[in-house]
Design a protein around this ligand. Sequence first.
Ligand SMILES: Cc1cc2nc3c(=O)[nH]c(=O)nc-3n(C[C@H](O)[C@H](O)[C@H](O)COP(=O)(O)OP(=O)(O)OC[C@H]3O[C@@H](n4cnc5c(N)ncnc54)[C@H](O)[C@@H]3O)c2cc1C
Length: 374
Amino acid sequence: MTDFDVIILGGGLAGLTAALHLSKTQKRVLVIEKNPYPNHKVCGEYVSNEVRPYLESLGVGLDAAGVVPIKRMQLTTVRGHEIVTKLPLGGFGISRYSFDHLLYEHAVDNGTIFQFDTALECTLKNGTFHVKTASMKSYSSKMVIGAYGKRSNFDKQMQRPFMNQQSPWLGVKEHYEYDEFPDDLVALHAFPGGYGGLSKIENGQINFCYLATYDSFKKHKDVAQYNRENVAKNPFLNEFLNKAKPVFEKPLSIAQISFASKNPVEEHMLMCGDSAGLIHPLCGNGMAMAIMGARLAALTTLDYLNGKMGQADFETKYQNLWKHEFQERLAMGRRIQSLLMRPWLAELGMNTIARSETLLQGIIRRTHGKPILV
Ligand SMILES: Cc1cc2nc3c(=O)[nH]c(=O)nc-3n(C[C@H](O)[C@H](O)[C@H](O)COP(=O)(O)OP(=O)(O)OC[C@H]3O[C@@H](n4cnc5c(N)ncnc54)[C@H](O)[C@@H]3O)c2cc1C
């Protein structure tokens, strides 16, 4: 007898969603997460509506949580070109502070057990997984889901190829008070070496999150100087940074953001969320992919636990399902990222997109899925 049916490594959106889905079917689920909730994360905090029906079917009350419905997207360039378009599906704004905490509370209500600890090691012996943590605890399970995000000690242990490549991107995020920003808009503003997104969250504040290359960042002393001297070269961001009032003591930042391709199954663990692959944030749906990937992992795990499939079959089934669902949009995201890495092409590309609503709508369609009807 194992301690749990499923152990989930990492309790971000992917891990929490998988926990919620599995514990709803009375499976014994343990989530090992290193940081207690609630906490802030570097993220654009715009969630595509493709996951709304699924989350609601899991009992997550988004409207009660005060999410802000978002229907339009604005794209602007350094030269001041601007385009505003309707988002075919739309989405909603909610801070990661509240979103992750909301899912955590639901998972606890369903019976999920949480350990706030760092998972260090995972081995499979005679059909049983054994997970060890930094505080010397050890747990066994029939199945492990890897949902530990973009980059973790497990990636190093498993020698995943992207760990040997330097990534040129860093991410910065801060919340602001700014009354002039419309409720229903997500704005994407390009600046030399990066771009940033603005959208409203549940408490009326504005989230400003950007992705920038090291090359453009390294000449500046800190985020404040980079904002003043580089980010503000976009006239829309210049106005925002001059008028808006920062809320955090200091901005959050992360480095080494990799968009390299990864395998959805590693050492018999089903990977979901960013540990299976991160889409370029310009596509605006990494969170939806994490939630949808968690659903696929939960459904496949249930088939295995309920005896419908053997280990080899369900690993192949998951790989195929995952690739079918996400491969095309990840490839599109990677094309966008390689364009952004060449400054003159990035400027040309952004200026072209900012003049063509048809092109912009085509990109949105090819990087987003359809709502999951449950
Ligand atoms: C700059 C930027 C902007 C973005 N903007 C958007 C956006 O606007 N909209 C959108 O949809 N997506 C956006 N994304 C993508 C989105 O943030 C991710 O796709 C999403 O967070 C993935 O969720 P996850 O659960 O896979 O990972 P995470 O949310 O990162 O969760 C992983 C969890 O695992 C935990 N963990 C890691 N290692 C261990 C360990 N060894 N033991 C225990 N716990 C561990 C971490 O503490 C963390 O809580 C953005 C990404 C970036 C970088």
